[in-house]
Design a protein. Structure first.
Length: 326
């Protein structure tokens, strides 16, 4: 039986975009799973509880994957229309894909390690590469990697005791991280946004924690979720070796990811029409008569003989060119 994948999106338009994208995929990766798309616009916290309600309604007891893409994308508004799972990830081998493809590839590598019912949560603006989980997942766990301490103030950071989570610090200053003994040899155990929550803990969160929830109750959801579970029981910390973590939560992170992966940017474009929907231009000159199709990001380019300043992203959506600085 195919495993179930639930995508949470912000609105009906994103739901239709994701539905059409999945429908068009002919590769075996997409055929492995049965997809469900839920509209849950208020972030990871409410998305998880909406999924729990869906599970109860559909009497689903097997492990499922939840990719949360229902946030408001306030730091990447140019991606907010299609949703974070539709963020393009161009590659050097011309096999361009969306972040949804990347997350499914990661899931395909670890799904057989999940041995009990529950929910594997992934955020739609983070990806992990070179993941190798050797042990079976038989309890709630958080997945982490070691990262330079300088990432700490912008991310969640775990404190470990034995093999389990002792505490979770979300976007705290280096002084606080140092005080809480979260810095180890100038490194931290960073939150990748990937969690497995077993059935019993889902019930705890849903029935005892936030049964009647509102939008503002989950602004700091990961901190609350982790703390609630470790107060009531325990959560394993899986610390991955050799994995690489990218958080694409803002334009600078996104551009850094493209550069680190040696994405080759086109230097200039003068033809009257350019049809590739996933090409990225950097320091480019684009002729006044050029027509660029949807889904193109442009950094620090000359377009229509007007210079776009550095650290600016331009998004071509149908007939409208949208500018946004980061």
């Amino acid at each position: 039986m195919k495993r179930k994948v639930i995508l949470t999106v912000a609105n009906e338009e994103q739901k239709q975009i994701a539905k059409e994208y999945i429908k068009k995929q002919n590769n075996s990766l997409f055929h492995k799973y049965t997809f469900y798309i839920l509209i849950s616009a208020n972030g990871t916290g409410t998305a998880l509880l909406d999924v729990v309600r869906w599970k109860e309604k559909n009497n689903t007891k097997e492990p499922i994957l939840v990719i949360n893409s229902g946030g408001k994308s306030t730091r990447t508004p140019l991606f907010s229309k299609r949703g974070k799972i539709m963020i393009p990830l161009p590659s050097t081998n011309n096999k361009n894909k969306m972040i949804l493809d990347e997350l499914l590839e990661l899931y395909s590598k670890i799904e057989n390690k999940i041995k009990i019912p529950g929910v594997l949560i992934m955020t739609a603006d983070s990806i992990c590469e070179n993941v190798n989980i050797t042990e079976d997942i038989t309890e709630s766990c958080a997945i982490s990697i070691m990262a330079d301490k300088e990432y700490g103030p912008d991310h969640g950071v775990f404190i470990k005791e034995g093999n389990y989570v002792k505490g979770f610090l979300h976007k705290k200053s280096l002084d606080i991280l140092e005080k809480e003994n979260a810095i180890i040899n100038n490194n931290i155990m960073i939150d990748t946004g990937i969690y497995f929550i077993k059935e019993e803990h889902l019930d705890l969160l849903y029935n005892n924690y936030r049964k009647d929830y509102q939008n503002d109750l989950f602004l700091d959801f990961y901190t609350q979720m982790v703390q609630y579970i470790i107060d009531k029981d325990k959560m394993l910390l899986l610390l991955l070796k050799d994995a690489i973590f990218y958080h694409l939560g803002n334009y600078k992170n996104y551009f850094d990811y493209l550069q680190k992966n040696n994405i080759k940017f086109i230097d200039s474009i003068y033809p009257p029409k350019y049809n590739d929907k996933k090409v990225f231009f950097y320091h480019s000159k684009i002729s006044e008569n050029a027509t660029i199709e949807d889904n193109v990001a442009i950094f620090n380019c000359d377009i229509n003989e007007g210079t776009i300043k550095e650290n600016t992203i331009v998004y071509k959506d149908k007939d409208e060119i949208i500018y946004d600085k980061f």
